[in-house]
Design a protein around this ligand. Sequence first.
Ligand SMILES: [Mg+2]
Length: 389
Amino acid sequence: MGGCLTAMATIAAIRGHHVGFAPATPLGNAAGFIRRRDFLLLEIEAADGTIGWGEVGASPWAAAALIRHGLAKQVIGQPAAAYGRIFETLLGLRGYDQRGVSMMAISAIDMALHDIAARQQGISVAALRGGGLRDRIPAYASGPFMLEGPDPYADFARDIDAYLQRGFRAIKPRAGAGPARDGAMAEALRRQVGPDVALMVDFNRGVTARAGLASAQFMAPAGLLWIEEPTVPEDLPGYRMIAQTSPIGIAGGEALGSLAAFREFLATEAVSIVQPDLSVCGGYSGYARVAALCSAWDLPVMPHVFGTLVNFHASLQAAALTPSRRGGAAMSYPFVECDVSGNPLLNLLGDVPLDADGMVALPAGPGAGFDLRAEHLAPWTVERWSVAA
Ligand SMILES: [Mg+2]
């Protein structure tokens, strides 16, 4: 195995692309309005010319500085297939930053190294990690978002109609305008989509635990699969309080960076669905550990993703590797989240295609299954940098 690893071309260069855009309409959720979206895309190149991509969605500036001035030297000269050893080395360099920017920087590196290692072997990342368990994944529309002005839900019916037309069989609008309004919104949506489409809501950590619980009680008759991040993940007693009373399961985990953070979160016994984000929790390597932890609690796990095509494709590979579990919907978990806000960095190489059952086919590969070149990013690039051997 060691000989095999060293025979592969080693990492020669790491290039950072800071990309971003302003959504045509600000994306409103219970926490505020997203008026600008920024990402660090990491393009790692091996000496044989193989390229792999990684992503940081939260704190892209800090992660770029850390990779550029610190972590890059640990990666350059190493074989990509040694992603496990590199992951361990980088974990050991986190110092006091055990669950923040360091984990996000490590996430992007791990994602890109898997992409390269799989491409060098001509196989998918799922195949590299032991083989996918399925070849298509149920997708859910992550939207609609709340509007500015007196009625944040004014366009929901129109937007939901567009998602149904596109073939989605699961939809997750934003909520948190107030318990009674949330209840009315959820009831209207259920009437619109009928009994068979899965509905969930996302509070984006935007309200207090009490307010989240009150909204959950008003929305319960609509038959929601989950309420997501009703409050900040630091408020573990708040999660416990909601779970003791709410008839709807709680989902969360997208903001958690370390395995220890997930351990604390699961120990509340308040969470029903766990959603690690590959760009936060340590890439494929971190996700696999979180998934194992969730398995010990018999909790369904599925990737959270709200970023560019890089994290989306990585999430598809991760979802293919995730054991399935039936929740309250006709389709088994894991689902994969699909940004439907018109994100040009998700749709760079075309819209996410859905089949007649509202599922996304797993790309066969190689790597994470997409062919992105730096030129594609030009219209959205704010800054580029590179570190070479
Ligand atoms: Mg969310």
